[in-house]
Design a protein around this ligand. Structure first.
Ligand SMILES: [Zn+2]
Length: 387
């Protein structure tokens, strides 16, 4: 239960411009009367505060650090690209496709995700996909994005590494010029494939080294522990890549430990299972390793049974540097601000906590100190003005 600070200064008027999209985690449509929202010197209550919270989140400058670009392929674009490229889909309509996004586990999602990316064939397809993401990110006031892409999902279909990268990079350049959003690219290895396959990706990327900031590890976690990729990560480190790995999403805390101790990662993607090991939690908290948490993904893939049981607040309380991210937003029902709002409502997060999470998104980004300071100053000024 949160302490009420000063209800006299509560704002009763919904903020103009607050988006009121349907939120599956807010079935009462913002009419929950019991929730209190502490915003620094004031406490907000009741329905109007839901609008206020969403407006606060919408305006919050933030970085997104865990977003698979192929996972932003909305069904509408999937159908348009399928028609453009003569690819036959397993679904007859956008509605039927969306209805199929009812996953019991990570593997059920991956089966559909792999099918979806088959419509991505040409450089323009990758450009269109990435540009569509940036337009949504701009609406969510994302100031910096670090995007994952899965080279093996394309090269295995005969699409050249260069085709994928150039389409994404062209959209990144346009996003910086037209939207003021900076971008870093992270290529992921599919962990259900062999380390030799990952090695081939690392070699294919050599001519494009300057355009890729880091490497990651994604796809089926269970049974594919981080240590399987120890050698390729060692080589990537020698080549100056930043190192990331999905760990502790469906896998155990041991996988998080391996990602840190064996792979030497700079960030952990997900990391929910860290909490199962108190000693590991303390160590990661002390080290300040950033965790890229994805609340709606966790519920959609049954990693967490419902949003109000999401471990994000416990992670925060134990000193872990968590961030909020959308993972595969087209498949999981929401982009980054939807994720902020869903978890903030369900766990009754305060604006101080949301401020802290947004700060982590910049401090954990692969940006130079000057850029981080500029983003943090803008973020702190926004929160100060909001109070
Ligand atoms: Zn992910």
């Amino acid at each position: 239960m949160q302490e009420k600070v000063n209800s006299n200064t509560a704002t009763a008027v919904p903020v103009q411009g607050a988006r009121r999209e349907p939120n599956p985690y807010d079935p009462a449509g913002g009419q929950v009367q019991s929730a209190l929202l502490i915003t620094g010197r004031r406490t907000l209550t009741a329905a109007a505060d839901r609008n206020d919270l969403r407006a606060f989140i919408d305006g919050l400058p933030k970085a997104e650090l865990h977003m698979h670009i192929e996972g932003s392929l909305e069904p509408e674009m999937m159908f348009a690209l399928a028609e453009r490229n003569g690819v036959k889909l397993g679904f007859s309509s956008v509605e039927e496709t969306r209805a199929a996004y009812d996953f019991g586990c990570l593997q059920e999602f991956l089966d559909l995700f792999f099918q979806g990316m088959e419509v991505l064939c040409h450089e323009q397809d990758f450009y269109d996909l990435t540009w569509a993401y940036f337009k949504r990110a701009a609406a969510d006031n994302v100031r910096h994005a670090e995007l994952f892409f899965d080279p093996q999902g394309h090269t295995c279909r005969g699409v050249a590494f260069e085709t994928v990268l150039q389409g994404i990079q062209r959209a990144c350049a346009d996003a910086e010029r037209e939207l003021g959003i900076t971008c870093g690219l992270i290529m992921c290895f599919w962990r259900h494939l062999s380390e030799q396959d990952a090695q081939a990706v690392l070699e294919a990327a050599e001519p494009y080294r300057d355009g890729i900031v880091g490497i990651g590890l994604d796809a089926a976690e269970q049974g594919n522990p981080p240590h399987k990729f120890a050698s390729v990560y060692r080589q990537a480190r020698e080549q100056g890549y930043k190192l990331l790995a999905h760990a502790g999403e469906e896998g155990p805390a041991d996988y998080v430990r391996e990602a840190i101790d064996i792979l030497g990662v700079d960030r952990i993607d997900h990391g929910n299972a860290t909490l199962d090991d108190a000693q590991l939690t303390q160590r990661i908290a002390r080290k300040g390793t950033v965790l890229t948490v994805c609340p709606m993904s966790n519920v959609k893939l049954a990693v967490v049974d419902e949003m109000r049981h999401h471990p994000l607040k416990v992670m925060l309380d134990r000193g872990l540097a968590v961030t909020i991210n959308s993972d595969d937003p087209a498949y999981f029902g929401g982009y980054v601000n939807d994720n902020y709002a869903a978890v903030a409502h369900a766990l009754e997060l305060t604006t101080e906590e949301l401020h802290c999470i947004a700060r982590n998104s910049f401090t954990g980004a692969f940006l130079d100190d000057k850029a981080k300071a500029r983003h943090l100053d803008a973020l702190d000024a926004y929160v100060a003005a909001y109070r």
